[in-house]
Design a protein around this ligand. Structure first.
Ligand code: SF4
Length: 399
């Protein structure tokens, strides 16, 4: 299945970003993106699957009628409606996917999809969805060759995934690739970046693994390594592909400081050995940068610009923050998004620990999901970030 929930949106230029910045002020009233886990059913069995996908749908999955009601609720946010990202499991497993996409389109809702790469994602179905107005699709690629196959649990899946990406770009889709960075995939990042750029992928969204049960299987990178990966991703964004992160908003701090550098880089940790290894490989593969950096400009986070609806209709701040705020079967999605106390605190950057005193708490704000996983407190500091805010007793490292 799609290994993580994509923050999928079309590639955008300066005018679009400015437009979106304006919309940021409205984020108390309306998210930019509604993620809907249409089903847990999926033909794949990925190791780090957020949805812990299964073969067949669960009995409490939203029915067709309940799904139509969800789409009506999304439209009630007002025009322009949030973008709906249909994810899973695999949305292609549902028999009513096409009619749901059509219904959303008729309500004026833009739909993006995050399907699994399986025989159901064939050219016929892809063209049909394109005819129904879908323009953005996200596909998961977690490494080169056997690395990807190992994560996805299927030999040969890497090759079929690359072929699917080529098919989708050929139809005219904006293709986003989602990748998970963890200890077993981090060394593949330079070659993966070069491969995706070569395929014409427009957006690369890199999910920094959140591991439940830490200490048993140390797949997550250290905070200092995350800083190195963020630096590297900023380099990658200088080859024409927009780069974003999921559950690593510290990337916005790093990118903002590197972009605004006047020679002296502040508020980014000194480059470490992992960065040097990754950036040297990238330079060997790609040569000197060809474009201005394309890194994130919009400060969204779990519950701020983003909301998630599970296959059973439960409402969450994101797909990685398992704190139910209500259920669309009985509660209004609009009301929950606008008035839930936790979402208000998240939008107001009312955080604790380092994130609570950090000068980047609005631009970044840390991963609320990782804070919850680590401390059972969604407002706690993000342990994946190594930055020390200047208003704390210590000072931020400079280089
Ligand atoms: S301390 Fe928190 S808000 Fe500040 S940069 Fe790190 S994760 Fe972001």
């Amino acid at each position: 299945m799609a290994g993580h929930v994509a923050q999928l949106e079309p590639t955008h230029g300066t005018a679009e970003i400015a437009h979106r910045q304006g919309r940021l002020e409205q984020l108390d009233h309306k998210p930019l993106l509604v993620f809907w886990e249409t089903t847990k059913a999926c033909p794949l069995s990925c190791k780090h699957c957020r949805a812990t996908a299964i073969d067949t749908a669960l009995p409490d999955e939203l029915s067709h009628t309940e799904s139509l009601d969800l789409l009506n609720q999304i439209a009630e946010f007002g025009k322009p409606a949030p973008i709906l990202v249909m994810t899973g499991g695999d949305l292609m497993v549902r028999t009513d996917t096409f009619s749901l996409i059509r219904y959303a389109r008729d309500l004026g809702i833009r739909v993006a999809i995050s399907p699994a790469v399986s025989p159901l994602l064939n050219e016929t179905n892809a063209k049909r969805m394109f005819e129904y107005g879908v323009r953005s699709v996200s596909i998961s690629v977690d490494g080169i060759g056997a690395t990807h196959d190992g994560v996805r649990g299927k030999q040969g899946h890497y090759e079929s995934t690359l072929a699917t990406i080529a098919m989708l770009t050929g139809i005219g889709y904006t293709v986003q690739v989602n990748s998970t960075v963890m200890r077993t995939t981090v060394n593949d990042l330079p070659k993966l970046a070069a491969t995706l750029i070569g395929l014409g992928v427009q957006v690369w969204e890199v999910f920094f693994l959140i591991q439940v049960g830490r200490g048993t299987d140390l797949l997550e990178l250290l905070a200092e390594e995350n800083e190195d990966v963020a630096r590297f991703l900023y380099d990658v964004s200088q080859y024409g592909m927009l780069v974003r992160t999921v559950e690593a908003p510290l990337f916005r701090r790093v990118a903002t400081n590197l972009r605004n550098s006047t020679g002296e880089v502040t508020d980014v940790l000194p480059a470490g050995s992992l960065y040097r290894q990754l950036s040297n490989q990238l330079l060997t593969l790609m040569g000197q940068p060809t474009h201005k950096p394309k890194a994130p400009a919009v400060a969204t986070r779990d519950g701020k610009g983003i909301v998630f609806v599970s296959q059973s209709g439960e409402i969450f701040p994101s797909g990685f923050l398992p704190l139910s705020l209500g259920n669309v079967k009985t509660d209004s999605l609009v009301d929950v998004y606008r008035n839930n106390p936790l979402l208000k605190q998240i939008r107001e950057a009312d955080f604790q620990g380092r994130c609570g005193i950090c000068e980047y708490r609005d631009l970044c704000g840390g991963s609320r999901s990782r804070a919850f996983t680590e401390y059972a407190n969604p407002l706690a500091e993000d342990p994946a970030c190594a930055f020390v805010p200047s208003s704390s007793s210590a000072h931020a490292p400079h280089n």
